[in-house]
Design a protein around this ligand. Structure first.
Ligand code: APR
Length: 228
């Protein structure tokens, strides 16, 4: 079975109604990303951060996977598919994908500030100051903020080295190490990039650019790959 690795960013969830990070002059839901997505932001104002991600969690509960999420799940009928996403939403899973690696964490989980390996599924419930783990440590969103390590990157890079097909969808490729993953794809790997805007994809050879929104471009590419 051929292996497909899919790297997604906020753009794949845009048509579900979740805003991207850099399409509205660097503001994410009216905040500078560094203010609400960095470890410094957490130390400076944990309540603001908890409230911000409570809002994001409520929003994820309300929205639905779109045609792009659902089309990617169809690929599993013919290929060995791994989705490596920068997104913290659960729309790939709800769209039917069964192997999803979240490089930047998951909005539906909480993490202990005392033990990073202690995580708990909280669904769409809010997190507040005073919500603690069994040892009394404050809980925080299970999200990788700027200034923190990306624990899943090694696993993601290893999987990418064995890709027969690499599909990059809806990411500005502005944030490392996620943006560097495509360099792990084998030279002879067939590569596609789906984005309505031009994205600096570096010196990636033989990149097939599909200048479309994900909702249109992904189902069309999936249709092609299912009939190859
Ligand atoms: N379909 C496909 N792509 C889209 C769509 C759409 N409907 N709408 C926007 N895009 C594209 C934009 O053109 C852009 O290239 O999605 C990309 C979104 O880029 P960013 O907002 O930078 O999001 P992303 O690349 O996921 O950000 C990476 O930065 O803030 C951190 O941790 C955060 O995971 C995030 C990381």
């Amino acid at each position: 079975m051929k292996k497909i690795v899919i790297l997604t960013g906020a753009g794949i969830s845009a048509e579900s109604g979740i805003s991207t990070f850099r399409d509205s002059d660097g503001l994410w839901e009216n905040y500078r990303v560094e203010e609400v997505a960095s470890i410094e932001g957490w130390y400076a104002n944990p309540k603001l951060m908890l409230d911000f991600y409570n809002e994001r969690r409520r929003q994820v509960e309300k929205v639905q996977p779109n045609a792009a999420h659902k089309a990617l799940a169809l690929l599993e009928q013919k290929y060995d598919v791994t989705v490596i996403t920068q997104n913290i939403d659960n729309l790939h899973e709800r769209g039917g994908s069964s192997k999803v690696i979240h490089l930047h964490g998951e909005i539906t989980k909480a993490q202990s500030t005392g033990d990073p390996f202690w995580t708990r599924d909280i669904g769409y419930n809010d997190l507040h100051i005073g919500d603690c783990d069994d040892h009394g440590y404050q809980l925080r969103p299970f999200i990788v903020w700027f200034g923190e390590a990306v624990p899943e990157i090694e696993r993601a890079a290893k999987i990418t080295t064995s890709a027969d097909i690499l599909i990059i969808i809806g990411t500005s490729l502005a944030v490392y190490p996620a943006a560097g993953l495509m360099n792990y794809a084998p030279q002879n790997c067939v590569k596609y990039l789906i984005d309505p805007k031009a994205v600096p994809a570096g010196g990636i050879a033989h990149l097939n650019i599909i200048r479309e929104k994900a909702g249109k471009g992904v189902p069309e590419l999936v249709d092609k790959l299912m009939n190859e």
